[in-house]
Write a protein that binds this ligand. Structure first.
Ligand code: NAD
Ligand code: MG
Length: 392
């Protein structure tokens, strides 16, 4: 039996995780479910899964949840960010799904890492922000970090099992990171100035939360994933080549020195990597249909266009700059994406805000989590000011 805390239960990854868990009551027990403010959605999840604990980051939402559950189930309701960390490090728990979106997920994800859990990492922003410190914490506690991002899970499945990653010893020449290209893959630069949040969130292949949908449309998602891959697989951007593959069936590939290229394929359904992480090294039914390659017919590949989609370059540069640059990149992106979703920023100006924020903030050594959090806050202020100026 695996005892699980699910951080971000009401989100897209959270609900897909629950769908896999629902199929295997003999394998998984839920200790805690957490969410930000969606009390009604959380109440129905608590009634179905009867976790020991439910945490709402928002205190008013916790109060509402408490009211909804009175007399209905024994779940203990807790409130606030500190309670998220308690749920992640609880001694009863061996597995934590980290599926909060954005920098807000770092403290609880880190708590799970420090407590030496099996950590299923969907919250890529946590790793992007804190890179070396995060990986050092994994090494220090002996936590088992398993990638849930579909590309990284694919790469993980194509690599030989080993805990201390060294691609040279594994005979790897390079990683081929695939990208769908997003909903605006074929849009002109002029058309990118006109797109709406609804269009950006209508991904052709994947159904995801709003923030990652916009990231996918700007290719910042691939930029964050490039950084994520560098940390997870102990490599650098020069050994990773992004391949736009609009069908989203090949989830990434690993090329070996003998010329072999191993790929992991599957329907674009996050339940596959989630089930892989939950049951690893076993395989369990994820509720995912068989691939119909006859119906698909063919696979296409293109190079990403750096002119229309500069976010990929910005992310590679931030990784190479090192220190706090990736945390600044991530924070500026979160602010710019929120402004775009709020219709106060044009889609094509998202990379402009990120680049200006990176230029304005001096990169310093990422020597502590406090430094990371303070640079994150500084970047949010600068990005907000830049957005306000754009409006004028
Ligand atoms: P989502 O917006 O659908 O869900 C986010 C979850 O986080 C919700 O449960 C929400 O309540 C919670 N949350 C938000 N802000 C919070 C806060 N301040 N404090 C505590 N909880 C908070 O997002 P998603 O699409 O499920 O993505 C989750 C993470 O997984 C992201 O980091 C994303 O990049 C990554 N990811 C998602 C997918 C996907 O297919 N959706 C694929 C790969 C990686
Ligand atoms: Mg991905």
């Amino acid at each position: 039996m695996r005892h699980i805390t699910l951080l971000g239960a009401t989100g897209s990854i959270g609900l897909s995780t629950l769908d896999v868990i629902r199929r295997h009551p003999d394998r998984f027990v839920l200790h805690a479910l957490t969410a930000n403010s969606q009390a009604d959605a959380m109440a129905s999840l608590c009634l179905e899964f009867q976790p020991r604990v439910a945490v709402m980051a928002n205190a008013a939402a916790a109060e509402r949840l408490q009211g909804l559950l009175v007399g209905q189930c024994d779940t203990e309701v807790l409130a606030g960010p500190a309670a998220l960390c308690l749920a992640a490090e609880a001694p009863e728990v061996d597995t934590v799904m980290a599926a909060i979106v954005g920098a807000a997920g770092l403290p609880a994800t880190l708590a799970a890492v420090r407590a030496g859990k099996r950590v299923l990492l969907a919250n890529k922003e946590a790793l992007v922000m804190s890179g070396q410190l995060f990986m050092d914490a994994v090494a220090a506690s002996g936590a088992e970090l398993l990638p849930i991002d579909s590309e990284h899970n694919a790469i993980f499945q194509c690599l030989p099992p080993s805990r201390a990653r060294n691609l040279d010893n594994d005979g790897v020449r390079r990683i081929l990171l695939t990208a769908s290209g997003g909903p605006f893959r074929t849009h002109s630069a002029a058309a990118l100035r006109q797109v709406s949040p609804a269009q950006a969130c209508a991904h052709p292949n994947w159904s995801m939360g709003r923030k990652i949908s916009v990231d996918s449309a700007t290719l910042m998602n691939k930029g964050l994933e490039l950084i994520e891959a560098c940390w997870l697989f102990n490599t650098n951007p020069d050994r990773i080549e992004v391949h736009v593959h609009p069908e989203s069936i090949i989830h990434s590939m690993v090329e070996y020195v003998d010329g072999s290229v191993l790929a992991q394929l599957g329907s674009p359904d996050m339940r596959t990597p989630i089930a892989n992480g939950l049951a690893w090294p076993d395989r369990i039914d994820a509720g995912v249909e068989s691939l119909d390659l006859f119906a698909l017919g063919r696979f296409n590949f293109e190079r990403p266009d750096p002119e229309r989609f500069p976010c990929l370059r910005l992310a590679a540069e931030a990784f190479k700059a090192g220190g706090t640059a990736p945390a600044v990149l991530n924070a500026a992106n979160e602010v710019a994406v929120a402004a775009f979703l709020d219709t106060t920023l044009c889609f094509a100006d998202i990379p402009v805000i990120i680049e200006r924020t990176l230029t304005a903030i001096t990169t310093v050594a990422a020597d502590s989590f406090d430094t990371i959090f303070s640079q994150d806050q500084a970047a949010r202020l600068v990005a907000s000011e830049q957005i306000a100026r754009m409006d004028v």
